[in-house]
Design a protein around this ligand. Structure first.
Ligand code: PGA
Length: 229
């Protein structure tokens, strides 16, 4: 059995002082029994160079553009994964498939593994299957075998009371019938919800937002996820 992925997505939550304190606390806990990947803000990537690194985004372009962060720059910081297609970027920054495919290609060309986020907006199982298949069809030509699929229903992100485990199992099993890639689940993963989520054998790990910001909670999640291997 492979170690479960625990992928921490900090988003843009931390100020400099906060991230310094966070790093000190993180270094005290044991992350070795899971496949631990940390995706801090671009600003702080190099502070976490004793961990496996993921970026929260990647430039779609292989040219000079002010403010962009290129795959080449990320590679030089030893970034080995990149989150692509997070639903917040799809909604607020209107990222479309043309753009997402370019990002995937940039990651592939620079040996950065893709963590591709799949998400439906509404909690409706039939509609979700259609939307997720369409999403996968749009990028599958560029998706390599070592890419990770992160299923993160929008309705579950930051909303633990809304979790519906049977629904999530059904969708994860559906995605695993479409692709052979590793699949992780994200959306209100906490030390409370993880035991139920681990019952689904097609879940190879977790993408954590809020829970990754608190070291005690993160530590609990890591410990629990090794118990069920
Ligand atoms: P959450 O976020 O764990 O806070 O629900 C997950 C994500 O958006 O990646």
């Amino acid at each position: 059995m492979k170690n479960k992925y625990i992928i921490c997505n900090h988003k843009n939550n931390f100020t400099l002082n906060e991230i310094i304190r966070y790093k000190e606390e993180l270094d005290k806990i044991n992350t070795n029994n899971v496949n631990f990947i940390i995706c801090p803000s671009f600003l702080y990537l190099n502070m976490f160079n004793n961990y496996k690194l993921g970026s929260q985004d990647i430039s779609a372009y292989d040219r000079v553009i002010t403010g962009e962060v290129s795959a080449k720059e990320l590679k030089s910081l030893n970034v080995s994964y990149s989150l692509i297609g997070h639903v917040e970027r799809k909604i607020f920054l209107k990222e479309n498939y043309l753009f997402l495919n370019q990002k995937i290609k940039q990651a592939n060309n620079n040996n950065i593994k893709v963590i591709y986020c799949l998400s439906e907006l509404e909690k409706n199982i039939d509609n979700a299957k259609r939307v997720l298949k369409e999403d996968l069809d749009n990028i599958k030509n560029n998706l390599l075998e070592d890419a990770i699929i992160a299923y993160e229903p929008k309705w579950a992100i930051g909303n633990e009371s809304n979790l519906d485990f049977e629904y999530i199992y059904e969708i994860i099993n559906y995605i695993s019938s479409l692709v052979s890639n590793d699949i992780v689940y994200g959306g209100s993963v906490t030390s409370n919800s993880i035991t139920q989520l681990l019952k689904c054998h097609n879940i190879n790990g977790f993408l954590l937002g809020n829970s990754s910001l608190n070291i005690d909670e993160l530590n609990k999640i890591i410990t629990l996820s090794t118990k069920y291997d």
